[in-house]
Design a binder for this molecule. Sequence first.
Ligand code: APR
Length: 250
Amino acid sequence: MPITKIAEHLRVARHVVVFTGAGASAESGIPTFRDTLTGLWENFDTSKLATAEAFRADPSLCWGWYEWRRRKVIQAQPNGVHNAIALLASHVPKLTIITQNVDDLHERAGSPVVTHLHGSLHSPRCIDCGSAHEAPLPSEPLPEAGIRIEPPRCTSCNGYVRPGVVWFGEMLPDEAWTDALAAAKDCDLFLSIGTSGIVYPAAELPFAALANGATVVHINSLRFAISSQEFFIQGTATSSMKSLVEEAFL
Ligand code: APR
Protein backbone atom coordinates (compact mmCIF):
# COMPACT_ATOMS: atom_id res chain seq x y z
CA MET A 1 0.00 0.00 0.00
CA PRO A 2 1.54 3.34 -0.95
CA ILE A 3 2.37 5.90 1.74
CA THR A 4 -0.46 8.14 0.46
CA LYS A 5 -3.04 5.47 1.31
CA ILE A 6 -1.52 4.80 4.74
CA ALA A 7 -1.45 8.55 5.35
CA GLU A 8 -5.22 8.57 4.75
CA HIS A 9 -5.63 5.92 7.47
CA LEU A 10 -3.41 7.98 9.76
CA ARG A 11 -5.50 11.13 9.20
CA VAL A 12 -8.74 9.47 10.33
CA ALA A 13 -7.38 7.06 12.96
CA ARG A 14 -8.96 7.21 16.41
CA HIS A 15 -6.16 5.40 18.23
CA VAL A 16 -2.68 4.85 16.74
CA VAL A 17 -0.22 2.40 18.26
CA VAL A 18 3.44 2.77 17.38
CA PHE A 19 5.47 -0.36 18.16
CA THR A 20 9.22 0.12 17.84
CA GLY A 21 12.20 -2.21 17.70
CA ALA A 22 15.95 -1.77 17.43
CA GLY A 23 15.62 -0.57 13.81
CA ALA A 24 13.99 2.61 15.13
CA SER A 25 17.17 3.49 17.07
CA ALA A 26 19.60 2.18 14.44
CA GLU A 27 19.95 5.60 12.77
CA SER A 28 20.98 7.02 16.15
CA GLY A 29 23.98 4.71 16.07
CA ILE A 30 22.58 2.11 18.48
CA PRO A 31 23.39 -1.41 17.21
CA THR A 32 20.44 -3.65 16.39
CA PHE A 33 20.39 -7.29 17.45
CA ARG A 34 19.98 -9.33 14.27
CA ASP A 35 21.24 -7.32 11.35
CA THR A 36 23.83 -9.33 9.48
CA LEU A 37 27.39 -8.43 10.51
CA THR A 38 26.40 -5.40 12.59
CA GLY A 39 23.79 -6.97 14.85
CA LEU A 40 24.70 -7.52 18.50
CA TRP A 41 23.80 -11.19 18.37
CA GLU A 42 26.04 -11.61 15.33
CA ASN A 43 28.98 -10.49 17.43
CA PHE A 44 28.22 -11.44 21.01
CA ASP A 45 26.94 -14.56 22.68
CA THR A 46 23.51 -13.96 24.22
CA SER A 47 23.96 -16.91 26.58
CA LYS A 48 27.05 -15.22 28.07
CA LEU A 49 25.46 -11.78 28.32
CA ALA A 50 21.67 -11.57 28.20
CA THR A 51 20.47 -14.03 30.85
CA ALA A 52 20.30 -13.98 34.65
CA GLU A 53 22.50 -17.10 34.69
CA ALA A 54 25.13 -15.29 32.61
CA PHE A 55 25.13 -12.38 35.03
CA ARG A 56 25.50 -14.60 38.09
CA ALA A 57 28.26 -16.59 36.34
CA ASP A 58 30.27 -13.50 35.38
CA PRO A 59 28.81 -10.25 36.73
CA SER A 60 31.69 -8.08 35.50
CA LEU A 61 31.54 -9.29 31.88
CA CYS A 62 27.77 -8.85 31.78
CA TRP A 63 27.69 -5.48 33.56
CA GLY A 64 30.59 -4.18 31.43
CA TRP A 65 28.72 -5.05 28.23
CA TYR A 66 25.51 -3.37 29.31
CA GLU A 67 27.45 -0.34 30.58
CA TRP A 68 29.08 -0.10 27.11
CA ARG A 69 25.59 -0.10 25.56
CA ARG A 70 24.27 2.40 28.14
CA ARG A 71 27.13 4.80 27.36
CA LYS A 72 26.28 4.47 23.64
CA VAL A 73 22.69 5.45 24.42
CA ILE A 74 23.85 8.40 26.54
CA GLN A 75 25.99 9.61 23.61
CA ALA A 76 23.22 9.00 21.04
CA GLN A 77 20.60 11.51 19.92
CA PRO A 78 16.97 10.80 19.03
CA ASN A 79 16.59 10.46 15.24
CA GLY A 80 13.86 11.33 12.76
CA VAL A 81 11.78 8.31 13.82
CA HIS A 82 11.58 9.41 17.44
CA ASN A 83 10.90 13.00 16.37
CA ALA A 84 8.19 12.02 13.87
CA ILE A 85 6.48 9.88 16.52
CA ALA A 86 6.63 12.71 19.06
CA LEU A 87 5.08 15.03 16.42
CA LEU A 88 2.36 12.48 15.68
CA ALA A 89 1.01 12.90 19.22
CA SER A 90 -0.22 16.39 18.37
CA HIS A 91 -2.07 15.20 15.23
CA VAL A 92 -3.98 12.08 16.32
CA PRO A 93 -6.68 11.75 19.00
CA LYS A 94 -4.84 8.96 20.85
CA LEU A 95 -1.28 7.67 20.44
CA THR A 96 0.28 4.77 22.35
CA ILE A 97 4.03 4.17 22.06
CA ILE A 98 5.18 0.64 22.83
CA THR A 99 8.87 -0.11 22.52
CA GLN A 100 11.07 -3.19 22.77
CA ASN A 101 14.06 -0.85 23.01
CA VAL A 102 15.85 -0.26 26.29
CA ASP A 103 17.05 3.22 25.37
CA ASP A 104 15.31 6.50 26.27
CA LEU A 105 15.33 8.07 22.80
CA HIS A 106 11.54 8.27 22.55
CA GLU A 107 11.44 10.17 25.84
CA ARG A 108 14.30 12.45 24.82
CA ALA A 109 12.45 13.24 21.56
CA GLY A 110 9.53 14.54 23.63
CA SER A 111 7.26 11.51 24.08
CA PRO A 112 6.40 11.58 27.77
CA VAL A 113 4.65 8.21 28.04
CA VAL A 114 6.41 5.15 26.60
CA THR A 115 5.61 1.52 27.40
CA HIS A 116 8.92 -0.36 27.69
CA LEU A 117 8.28 -4.07 27.21
CA HIS A 118 11.93 -5.07 27.74
CA GLY A 119 12.89 -2.63 30.49
CA SER A 120 15.47 0.12 30.31
CA LEU A 121 19.22 0.55 30.49
CA HIS A 122 18.50 3.48 32.79
CA SER A 123 16.75 1.49 35.52
CA PRO A 124 19.32 -0.84 37.10
CA ARG A 125 18.24 -2.65 40.27
CA CYS A 126 19.58 -5.03 42.90
CA ILE A 127 19.49 -8.63 41.62
CA ASP A 128 18.69 -9.84 45.16
CA CYS A 129 16.31 -7.37 46.82
CA GLY A 130 15.16 -5.47 43.71
CA SER A 131 15.98 -2.01 45.10
CA ALA A 132 16.39 0.61 42.37
CA HIS A 133 19.93 1.86 41.80
CA GLU A 134 20.72 5.40 40.65
CA ALA A 135 23.13 4.99 37.71
CA PRO A 136 25.34 8.03 37.06
CA LEU A 137 25.28 9.56 33.54
CA PRO A 138 28.98 9.56 32.61
CA SER A 139 29.94 11.43 29.44
CA GLU A 140 32.96 9.43 28.35
CA PRO A 141 32.28 6.47 26.04
CA LEU A 142 33.62 3.01 26.81
CA PRO A 143 35.96 1.14 24.47
CA GLU A 144 34.11 -1.13 22.02
CA ALA A 145 32.29 -3.90 23.89
CA GLY A 146 34.16 -6.43 25.95
CA ILE A 147 35.38 -4.40 28.93
CA ARG A 148 34.83 -6.00 32.32
CA ILE A 149 33.38 -3.73 35.00
CA GLU A 150 32.57 -4.85 38.53
CA PRO A 151 28.85 -4.10 39.04
CA PRO A 152 27.94 -1.64 41.80
CA ARG A 153 26.62 -3.04 45.09
CA CYS A 154 23.11 -2.47 46.42
CA THR A 155 23.10 0.09 49.24
CA SER A 156 20.32 -1.84 50.99
CA CYS A 157 21.53 -5.46 50.96
CA ASN A 158 24.96 -5.31 49.29
CA GLY A 159 23.78 -7.58 46.48
CA TYR A 160 24.98 -7.00 42.92
CA VAL A 161 23.20 -4.33 40.86
CA ARG A 162 21.94 -5.77 37.55
CA PRO A 163 20.83 -4.02 34.33
CA GLY A 164 17.13 -3.07 34.33
CA VAL A 165 16.43 -4.95 31.10
CA VAL A 166 14.35 -8.11 30.51
CA TRP A 167 16.70 -11.02 29.84
CA PHE A 168 15.95 -14.11 27.81
CA GLY A 169 13.87 -16.47 29.92
CA GLU A 170 12.46 -13.67 32.06
CA MET A 171 8.86 -12.43 32.16
CA LEU A 172 7.95 -9.02 30.75
CA PRO A 173 6.88 -6.40 33.31
CA ASP A 174 3.22 -7.20 34.05
CA GLU A 175 1.85 -3.69 33.71
CA ALA A 176 3.79 -2.96 30.51
CA TRP A 177 2.51 -6.12 28.84
CA THR A 178 -1.07 -5.63 29.99
CA ASP A 179 -1.10 -2.02 28.76
CA ALA A 180 0.53 -2.97 25.44
CA LEU A 181 -1.91 -5.78 24.69
CA ALA A 182 -4.90 -3.60 25.60
CA ALA A 183 -3.65 -0.84 23.28
CA ALA A 184 -3.04 -3.29 20.43
CA LYS A 185 -6.60 -4.61 20.82
CA ASP A 186 -8.13 -1.14 20.94
CA CYS A 187 -6.24 0.69 18.20
CA ASP A 188 -7.41 1.14 14.62
CA LEU A 189 -3.92 1.73 13.20
CA PHE A 190 -0.83 -0.23 14.31
CA LEU A 191 2.57 0.92 13.01
CA SER A 192 5.33 -1.67 13.63
CA ILE A 193 8.66 0.08 13.06
CA GLY A 194 12.10 -1.51 12.82
CA THR A 195 11.51 -4.86 14.42
CA SER A 196 12.28 -8.36 13.16
CA GLY A 197 9.09 -9.51 14.88
CA ILE A 198 10.55 -12.78 16.13
CA VAL A 199 10.76 -12.28 19.88
CA TYR A 200 7.60 -13.25 21.79
CA PRO A 201 5.39 -12.24 23.45
CA ALA A 202 6.12 -8.75 22.02
CA ALA A 203 5.77 -10.13 18.47
CA GLU A 204 2.15 -11.06 19.29
CA LEU A 205 1.06 -7.44 19.32
CA PRO A 206 0.61 -6.84 15.55
CA PHE A 207 -1.49 -10.02 15.38
CA ALA A 208 -3.63 -8.87 18.29
CA ALA A 209 -4.23 -5.56 16.50
CA LEU A 210 -5.04 -7.30 13.21
CA ALA A 211 -7.46 -9.69 14.94
CA ASN A 212 -9.32 -6.67 16.27
CA GLY A 213 -9.70 -5.09 12.86
CA ALA A 214 -6.84 -2.59 12.97
CA THR A 215 -4.82 -1.62 9.92
CA VAL A 216 -1.33 -3.05 10.52
CA VAL A 217 1.66 -1.53 8.75
CA HIS A 218 5.25 -2.81 8.98
CA ILE A 219 8.04 -0.31 8.35
CA ASN A 220 11.40 -1.97 7.80
CA SER A 221 14.46 -1.53 5.60
CA LEU A 222 14.32 -5.26 4.81
CA ARG A 223 11.20 -6.83 3.31
CA PHE A 224 9.81 -9.86 5.15
CA ALA A 225 6.72 -12.01 4.67
CA ILE A 226 3.44 -10.65 6.03
CA SER A 227 -0.17 -11.78 5.74
CA SER A 228 -2.37 -10.50 2.91
CA GLN A 229 -4.26 -8.30 5.38
CA GLU A 230 -1.14 -6.41 6.52
CA PHE A 231 0.80 -3.66 4.77
CA PHE A 232 4.49 -2.96 4.31
CA ILE A 233 6.56 0.18 3.77
CA GLN A 234 10.08 -0.83 2.82
CA GLY A 235 12.60 1.83 3.72
CA THR A 236 14.57 3.26 6.59
CA ALA A 237 12.44 4.07 9.58
CA THR A 238 13.50 7.74 9.54
CA SER A 239 12.65 8.40 5.88
CA SER A 240 9.44 6.34 5.98
CA MET A 241 8.07 7.96 9.15
CA LYS A 242 9.03 11.44 7.94
CA SER A 243 7.23 10.89 4.62
CA LEU A 244 4.20 9.34 6.31
CA VAL A 245 3.70 12.13 8.85
CA GLU A 246 4.35 14.86 6.25
CA GLU A 247 1.92 13.25 3.79
CA ALA A 248 -0.74 12.92 6.46
CA PHE A 249 -0.51 16.20 8.30
CA LEU A 250 1.93 18.75 6.89
N1 APR B 1 15.12 1.37 9.41
C1 APR B 1 14.14 0.43 9.46
N2 APR B 1 14.37 -0.84 9.85
C2 APR B 1 15.63 -1.16 10.22
C3 APR B 1 16.70 -0.23 10.19
C4 APR B 1 16.39 1.08 9.77
N3 APR B 1 17.35 2.03 9.71
N4 APR B 1 17.84 -0.87 10.60
C5 APR B 1 17.48 -2.14 10.89
N5 APR B 1 16.17 -2.31 10.64
C6 APR B 1 15.36 -3.50 10.85
C7 APR B 1 16.04 -4.80 10.54
O1 APR B 1 15.79 -5.17 9.18
C8 APR B 1 15.34 -5.75 11.52
O2 APR B 1 14.18 -6.31 10.94
O3 APR B 1 15.10 -3.53 12.25
C9 APR B 1 14.94 -4.87 12.68
C10 APR B 1 15.78 -5.06 13.92
O4 APR B 1 15.53 -6.37 14.36
P1 APR B 1 16.29 -6.91 15.67
O5 APR B 1 17.72 -6.55 15.58
O6 APR B 1 15.87 -8.34 15.83
O7 APR B 1 15.69 -6.04 16.86
P2 APR B 1 14.27 -6.20 17.55
O8 APR B 1 13.24 -6.68 16.59
O9 APR B 1 14.01 -4.93 18.24
O10 APR B 1 14.58 -7.35 18.64
C11 APR B 1 13.55 -7.67 19.55
O11 APR B 1 15.09 -9.14 20.72
O12 APR B 1 17.24 -9.49 21.50
C12 APR B 1 15.94 -9.15 21.88
O13 APR B 1 15.33 -7.86 23.74
C13 APR B 1 15.91 -7.77 22.47
O14 APR B 1 14.20 -6.06 22.24
C14 APR B 1 15.01 -6.97 21.53
C15 APR B 1 14.17 -8.06 20.87
